[in-house]
Design a protein around this ligand. Structure first.
Ligand code: VG1
Ligand code: CO
Length: 561
C-alpha cells in the first residue's frame, strides 16, 4: 500500500537563524504548531538537487522532545523524496557519531537533535543542527540559506502515515507516493566503537588501566547523563576493562538530571571533587551531545582545553591513526589559547586561526591541510570525523599517558618546559540583557578604529600592559574564500597577551558575554602558578576598559574556566 503525503500550509516564524551550532530555542518554542516542521522543511529545501533519493542520518543526545522531533523528521523526509533515513536506536546518536556515520555510509548529510551543553527538559532547551555530506556542521552559506527560506516558507510536506518504531533495530520499508522509502534503525554505538578501535590501540590503553606494567590507572568518567553514557559503557567498561565504578551518570536522561551537561569546572563540580580526593589518576567528563570533554589528572589537576589540544598535537606518535595518515596541519578557534601555535612552529606545520565554531575547520580538513584542532570551550578533535569528539580526546590522552609512562601533570609540566606556558582563562556572563551587551560590543568595536588606542598603557597593581592593536576578528576561508566578519573584538598587547570579547551564539535567550584572557610565560618558575592569580591583572584591565559592570550590571561572572 502506498502511503499518502500532504502539503500543509504554514507561516514563517521569526528568528529561525542557526547560531554557532544549529538552531537552539526553548523546548516550548519548538513545540509550537508547525515550528519544528518549518525548520526541518527549510533544511530539506536548502539541500536542493541533492535531496531526492538521498540518505540522511538522524539522531540526537536523548534530550526531551528528541523522539518527537525524530518522528517529524522521518515523516517529512518520506514526503520530501528522501530514499532512506538512518536513525540511532531510540533516537540516540552522539554528535561525533552522527559525523562518523555520515562519512562511513557516504550519506548526503544528517540532522542532529541537540542543544549540546544547554540544559534539557520541558522547561529548558532543544536544538536542531544540520550536517553536510562531509559529516561536519553546515557552513555559513548553508545555514544562511536555511534562514532565508524560513523567512518566506508557506508550506511543508509530510507523510503522517509513516509510523516508525525507533526502539527496534533493523530496517522498516514503506512505499510513499509510489516510491520506496526505508528507515534503518542502527545500534547507537557500534560504528563509532569500531572506528575508535581503528584509530587507537585499545590493547595499550587496556594495559594502562589494568596496570600491566606497573600501577593500574584508576579512571573516573562522568557522562553527565548525556548521550555518551552508552559509548562510555561499551568502550571503557566493556572494551577497556575499567571497573564498574569507573563510570558515573551513564544513563542518558531527558533532562540530564536537571544539570547543565557542560564539562567545565563549575558544572562538572562533582567530578572535580571526586578527583581531588586523590583516589583517581585520571578524570573526564563530556557534554550533552558528546562533542566536548574535560580532562583532569590526579588530585583534579586541570588541563585547559587550549593546552589539551597542543599536547595531543605534540604527541601524535602515540596514536596509530596519525602514524598511518600523518599530521597535515593544526588549527584553533580565535579565542583559544595559542599553545598549539608553538607546537606547529616547532614542527614546521601550518596553523590556522578560525572563528568560533567547529564548522570553520571542515574545509581545511577536506583540503588535507588540517589534522588536529581545538577550541577553548572544551572541544578537541581531528580529521577522523568533522565534529569535535569528546571520547576521542580521552582515548588520545590515555594513549599518550600509556606511551609516555607519565601522569597527566607530568605530561603538562614537560610540555611547558619545552614550549613555555600560555596561561588562559574564560569568564562567562550568562543570561544578560541583550541591548546593553550589544552596546558594549559596539563601544569595544569602535576602539579598533580609534588611532589613539595603540600604544596606550594599562596598569593594574604592578603589572602594565601596552595595547598593540585592537580589531574585530575577520576570517577568510583559505579554501573557498568565504569571509566571516565580526567574530569578536581582540585587544592584543605588545607582549603577546590577548583579551577577547565576544557574544555567545548558542544561547536560547538573552545574551552571554564571553571574556577570554591569555598571557604567555617562558620563565619556568611561573609554570606551576595558579592561572587565575597570574591573569588577574589582565582580567581587571579588561573589565575596566570594557566597562562591563556598567553595561551588564554584573560584578561577577557566572562561570570561570
Ligand atoms: C560555544 C563555544 C564554541 C563551540 C560552540 C558549540 O559557542 O564557545 O567554541 O563551538 O559553543 O559547542 P558560543 O557561540 O556560545 O560561544 V557545542 O558543544 O554546543 O556543539
Ligand atoms: Co556539544
Amino acid at each position: 500500500m502506498s502511503l499518502t503525503c500532504f502539503t500543509k500550509s504554514t507561516r514563517p516564524f521569526e528568528g529561525q537563524k542557526p547560531g554557532t551550532s544549529g538552531l537552539r530555542k526553548a523546548v516550548k518554542v519548538f513545540q509550537q504548531e508547525n515550528y519544528t516542521e518549518n525548520f526541518v522543511q527549510c533544511i530539506l529545501s536548502a539541500m536542493g538537487g541533492s535531496l531526492t533519493g538521498c540518505t540522511l542520518v538522524v539522531g540526537g543526545d536523548g534530550r526531551f522532545f528528541g523522539k518527537e522531533a525524530v518522528d517529524i523528521i522521518i515523516k517529512m523526509c518520506a514526503a520530501n523524496g528522501v530514499r532512506k533515513v538512518i536513525v540511532g536506536h531510540d533516537g540516540i546518536l552522539s554528535t561525533p557519531c552522527v559525523s562518523c556515520v555520515i562519512r562511513k555510509y557516504k550519506t548526503a548529510g544528517g540532522i542532529v537533535l541537540t542543544a549540546s551543553h544547554n540544559p534539557g527538559g520541558p522547561n529548558a532547551d532543544f536544538g536542531i543542527k544540520f550536517n553536510i555530506s562531509n559529516g561536519g556542521p553546515a557552513p555559513d552559506g548553508v545555514t544562511n540559506a536555511i534562514y532565508d527560506l524560513s523567512k518566506h516558507i508557506v508550506e511543508y510536506r509530510i507523510c503522517p502515515e509513516v509510523k516508525c518504531n525507533i526502539s527496534v533495530i533493523g530496517k522498516q520499508e514503506y512505499v510513499v507516493d509510489s516510491r520506496p522509502f526505508t528507515v534503518e534503525v542502527i545500534d547507537s554505538v557500534n560504528d563509532y566503537v569500531e572506528y575508535m578501535k581503528e584509530i587507537f590501540d585499545f590493547g595499550i590503553i587496556k594495559d594502562l588501566i589494568r596496570g600491566a606494567s606497573g600501577t593500574p590507572l584508576k579512571v573516573l568518567i562522568n557522562a553527565m547523563h548525556g548521550v555518551t553514557g552508552p559509548y562510555v559503557r561499551r568502550i571503557f567498561l566493556e572494551e577497556l576493562g575499567a571497573s564498574a565504578d569507573s563510570a558515573v551518570n551513564i544513563e542518558p536522561l531527558e533532562d540530564f538530571g536537571g544539570h547543565h551537561p557542560d564539562p567545565n569546572l563549575t558544572y562538572a563540580a562533582d567530578l572535580v571533587k571526586a578527583l581531588k580526593e586523590g583516589e583517581y589518576g585520571f578524570g573526564a567528563a563530556f557534554d550533552g551531545d558528546g562533542d566536548r570533554n574535560m580532562i583532569l589528572g590526579h588530585k583534579a589537576f586541570f588541563v585547559t582545553p587550549s593546552d589539551s589540544v597542543a599536547v595531543i598535537a605534540d604527541n601524535t606518535d602515540y596514536i596509530p591513526y596519525f602514524k598511518k595518515h600523518g599530521v597535515k596541519g593544526l588549527a584553533r578557534s580565535m579565542p583559544t589559547g595559542c599553545a598549539i601555535d608553538r607546537v606547529a612552529e616547532k614542527k614546521g606545520m601550518e596553523v590556522f586561526e578560525v572563528p568560533t565554531g567547529w564548522k570553520y575547520f571542515g574545509n581545511l580538513m577536506d583540503a588535507d591541510r588540517l589534522s588536529i584542532c581545538g577550541e577553548e570551550s572544551f572541544g578537541t578533535g581531528s580529521d577522523h570525523i568533522r565534529e569535535k569528539d569528546g571520547i576521542w580526546a580521552v582515548l588520545a590522552w590515555l594513549s599518550i599517558l600509556a606511551g609516555r609512562k607519565m601522569s597527566v601533570e607530568q605530561v603538562l609540566l614537560s610540555h611547558w618546559d619545552t614550549y613555555g606556558r600560555n596561561f588562559f582563562t574564560r569568564y562567562d556572563y550568562e543570561n544578560c540583557e541583550s541591548e546593553p551587551c550589544n552596546k558594549m560590543m559596539a563601544v569595544l568595536d569602535a576602539m579598533g578604529s580609534d588611532k589613539s588606542m595603540a600604544g596606550k598603557k594599562l596598569s593594574y597593581g604592578d603589572k602594565t600592559y601596552t595595547i598593540a592593536k585592537i580589531d574585530n576578528f575577520e576570517y577568510r576561508d583559505p579554501i573557498d574564500g568565504t569571509v566571516a566578519k565580526n567574530q569578536g573584538v581582540r585587544i592584543l598587547m605588545s607582549d603577546g597577551s590577548r583579551v577577547v570579547f565576544r557574544l555567545s551564539g548558542t544561547g536560547s535567550s538573552g545574551a552571554t558575554v564571553r571574556l577570554y584572557i591569555e598571557s604567555y610565560e617562558s620563565n619556568s618558575s611561573t609554570f606551576t602558578k595558579n592561572a587565575q592569580e597570574v591573569l588577574k591583572p589582565l582580567v581587571e584591565i579588561a573589565l575596566q576598559l570594557s566597562k562591563l559592570t556598567e553595561f551588564t550590571g554584573r560584578t561577577l561572572p557566572t562561570v570561570i574556566t
